[in-house]
Design a protein around this ligand. Structure first.
Ligand code: PAF
Length: 284
């Protein structure tokens, strides 16, 4: 892959990388579409990264669908697929990790210790191997995208990190490879994440800016769904991911909720319409 990508760069082509863990859905395909609009060649990777799963997480049962993924990528017009084995990425004696301090410890990082160290380490390796001009990530994983952007800036990478909007089912559920774990009842219940974000959005649109008031709305909506157990429902600054008391600047509402045994995340991003406007623009 290093040789292949080096060749494309030597021909002055714009190389795009879409890193994935496979089990591809329309969210991944939207990243590929965006990459294809901006790059040629587009390289996709499939690697279920053991280092970003905790000991009690779903690494062993994480959905793997290599053949159908390969066909989907081919149909989507991807030029090359990089699908290394764990021993290629982490050979015996591997001992160097990348960690973004602070940001990695909050929210997802607090609930999933070591998760982000695994993510930033593998993404750094993929970026080193391919050295793409652009690399594409989904905003559904808002904290992950923010961390990777920070890592690229801190380590002076030549790759521009592009963050793309989530893709949703018609009923609002954000696409995720883990949705496959939900049974029929849980699948219905899972829309509660979107419903809670939408309820908070209505309050914001009506002028509410107080974070405690917004959190109460989130918990009220999530609380009535019997399959749902809230891990966190936080209102955070869009850059630092620290909790805010009032929504005034670019802000995320972040949710992590267990539906049955499946942990789902979702978010709503908002920013003032213009620097001194009270009006907010929302991005689901
Ligand atoms: O979002 C994912 O699928 C993974 O965390 C990533 C970025 C491919 C790293 O393994």
């Amino acid at each position: 892959m290093k040789e292949h990508a080096r060749q494309a760069r030597a021909e002055n082509r714009i190389v795009g990388l879409v890193p994935t863990m496979g089990a591809l859905h329309a969210g991944h395909l939207s990243l590929i579409e965006q990459a294809r609009r901006e790059c040629s060649p587009v390289i996709a990777s499939i690697f279920v990264n053991p280092k970003q799963f905790g000991p009690n997480e779903d690494f062993a049962k994480y959905p793997r669908a290599f053949e159908s993924d390969r066909e989907k990528l081919q149909r989507a017009g991807v030029d090359s697929l990089f699908a290394p084995e764990p021993a290629d990425i982490y050979p015996h004696g591997f001992s160097t990790y990348v960690n973004v301090d602070g940001l990695s410890d909050r929210l997802e990082g607090r609930s999933r210790p070591g998760h982000f160290r695994g993510v930033t380490t593998v993404v750094m390796k993929l970026l080193q191997i391919v050295q793409p001009n652009f690399a594409y990530f989904g905003r559904k994983d808002a904290q992950q995208s923010r961390l990777i952007t920070q890592m690229a800036r801190d380590l002076n990478l030549d790759t521009e990190i592009v963050v793309c909007p989530p893709v949703r089912e018609p009923d609002g559920l954000a696409l995720s490879s883990r949705n496959i774990y939900l049974n029929a009842d849980e699948r219905k219940a899972a829309t509660v994440l979107y419903r809670a974000l939408d309820a908070a959005k209505s309050e914001l649109a009506a002028g509410v800016r107080d974070a405690l008031q917004l959190q109460a709305v989130l918990h009220r909506t999530l609380g009535v769904e019997r399959h749902a157990r809230v891990d966190y429902a936080e209102i955070v600054d869009g850059e630092s991911f620290e909790s805010v008391v009032r929504v005034a600047k670019p802000t995320y509402i972040l949710l992590a909720v267990f539906i049955g045994k499946t942990r789902l995340i979702d978010n709503l991003y908002m920013e003032p319409k213009s620097p001194d406007s009270e009006e907010l623009v929302f991005h689901f």
